[in-house]
Design a protein around this ligand. Structure first.
Ligand code: ADP
Ligand code: MG
Length: 470
């Protein structure tokens, strides 16, 4: 998996592109040298052959065939392995003099040049030589060939070709290897950043990217991101603090107002005209207090202050109690409320918070399901998990809103007329988070199904790193 990831990095692609460019320039340079040296050697060879032909034709003009043969015999003697080739042949290409054993069968171009390969006996060694030569017809039908052994030139070019291929192979190996190495290093550094980001996304705002002492670009990036995170964390803290302070500070005067109104109501005569206004005001104040309580409750859960209040809780009993509590209200609304509970539904958690979450879900179901609707509460065991379902057949929540409604103060347009502040599901989400439980909203076709899945007691470490009381 790591290998594949390394191959997909941009570093690796850059390394390949770089090596590709480098290879092209090496090919260009070596190719040019290859071509240029070949051209120089060829030009030199041609010049030498032409000069020699000049000499020989002069000999021929001066002394005729005898002189030519004498000169050729003399020149052909040379040292073994010499590079000059001569051959004089009769009109039927039968050799008369020179150091080639037979006339080559290559066809000459229009100025008489031929390239050929021929087996030659040098000393007692048989070797194959490649050669370039110029051929003529002399008066009287004789054929003359003057050439140069090109074996050396060819082997030089062979060496060039080999080194070209060799350097390309080495370059590819180094390029791929170096690219892999670079990408792995890069990935390792970036993985630190990614891992930290994921931990923060999972809710651990205190995570920071490890920053080395080197001060390279990754360290600087890490440092800047960390500074940004510090800043964000401070801002979040301030916002949370302000919310909490407002909720807290307004709750007491509201409670006092409510008591005063109730006292007034008690003292009032039965049929006083202000009585109804006072009663409505009490209801509104109750709603405000409930909102503040919910806000403070969520804040308290998030701060982790309730950690030590976790115990082993039987979710089935909890659900049975909640259903019993809401049964009268459901009947009053013309709704059927059904419960289904399995044994062995113990979890580790905060009894009060779990009960609160359940009543928020039931409250929603009763509030949003239409008359004649059915509400189902089920507690089931699923492997090492205990699952709580609260499902209704009301209007449901569109799929694209199911995450949003978990936010604070989020209410769907259709629900504006119903009482509530949009904090119910936010509290359920906070409780789920706090218990490291799965919370899923889905379509009950029709209606909403809320599923909360907690780890069963005794099947692993308790949630949130809590230690249970002995
Ligand atoms: N059972 C449900 N059926 C349909 N819509 C629901 C249901 N439960 C919640 N909702 C939608 O999600 C929104 C948020 O719910 P909640 O946080 O409990 O706030 P509140 O109940 O105060 O409006 C509700 O306003 C409503 O639009
Ligand atoms: Mg609600």
């Amino acid at each position: 998996v790591l290998r594949l990831r390394v191959l997909r990095t941009s570093t690796f692609r850059f390394a390949l592109a770089y090596i590709g460019l480098f290879a092209v320039s090496v090919i260009a340079i070596l190719g040019f040298i290859y071509w240029a040296t070949g051209a120089v050697i060829d030009r030199e060879t041609h010049r030498a052959i032409d000069a020699e032909i000049q000499d020989l034709s002069q000999d021929y003009r001066r002394g005729g065939i005898d002189r030519l043969v004498a000169v050729l015999v003399n020149r052909s003697k040379g040292t073994p392995g010499q590079r000059n080739l001569y051959l004089l042949a009769d009109p039927n290409f039968k050799p008369l003099a020179g150091n080639l054993s037979r006339w080559p069968d290559a066809t000459p171009d229009e100025s008489g040049w031929i390239d050929f390969r021929i087996g030659e006996q040098t000393g007692d060694k048989q070797r194959s030589i490649t050669a370039r030569a110029r051929t003529f017809r002399l008066e009287g039908g004789l054929h003359l060939l003057v050439g140069r052994d090109r074996t050396e030139r060819d082997s030089f070019q062979g060496v060039m070709e080999d080194s070209l291929i060799g350097s390309l192979v080495i370059m590819v190996i180094l390029g791929v290897g170096g690219g892999l190495w670079l990408s792995r290093n890069m990935l390792a550094r970036l993985d630190d950043v990614n891992r930290t980001a994921q931990e923060i996304l999972r809710g651990d705002m205190n995570r920071r990217i490890p920053v080395g002492p080197g001060g390279d670009e990754f360290d600087r990036l890490g440092g800047n991101l960390n500074a940004m995170l510090d800043r964000i964390q401070a801002l979040i803290g301030t916002i949370r603090q302000v919310t909490q302070n407002i909720a807290h500070d307004l709750r007491s005067p509201l409670t006092r107002m409510r008591s005063r109104l109730e006292a007034t109501l008690r003292a009032d005569q039965e049929n006083s005209p202000s009585r109804e206004t006072l009663q409505d005001t009490v209801v509104e104040i109750d709603a405000m207090i409930a909102t503040f309580n919910a806000l403070l409750g969520i804040a308290q859960i998030e701060s982790g202050a309730l950690r030590d209040v976790m115990t082993e809780v039987d979710l089935a009993t909890l659900a049975r109690d909640a259903v019993e509590l809401y049964q009268p209200l459901a009947e009053e609304r013309g709704l059927t409320l059904e419960g289904r509970y399995e044994d062995a539904a113990h979890v580790v958690g905060n009894r009060h918070l779990l009960a609160q979450a359940m009543s928020n879900l039931l409250d929603n179901a009763i509030k949003y399901a239409p008359r004649g609707g059915v509400i189902e509460v089920a507690v089931t065991r699923e492997g090492d998990k205990v699952r709580l379902d609260v499902a209704d057949n009301g209007p449901g929540i569109p799929a694209d809103q199911r995450t949003a409604v978990l936010g604070r103060f989020v209410r769907l347009e259709a629900s504006r007329s119903a009482p509530g502040a949009g904090l119910g599901l936010a509290l359920v989400a906070a409780v789920a988070d706090y218990h490291e439980a799965d919370l899923q909203l889905s379509d009950n076709a029709p209606g909403l199904r809320v599923m909360l899945r907690l780890r069963a007691a005794g099947t692993g470490p308790p949630p949130n790193g809590v230690r249970l009381p002995e």
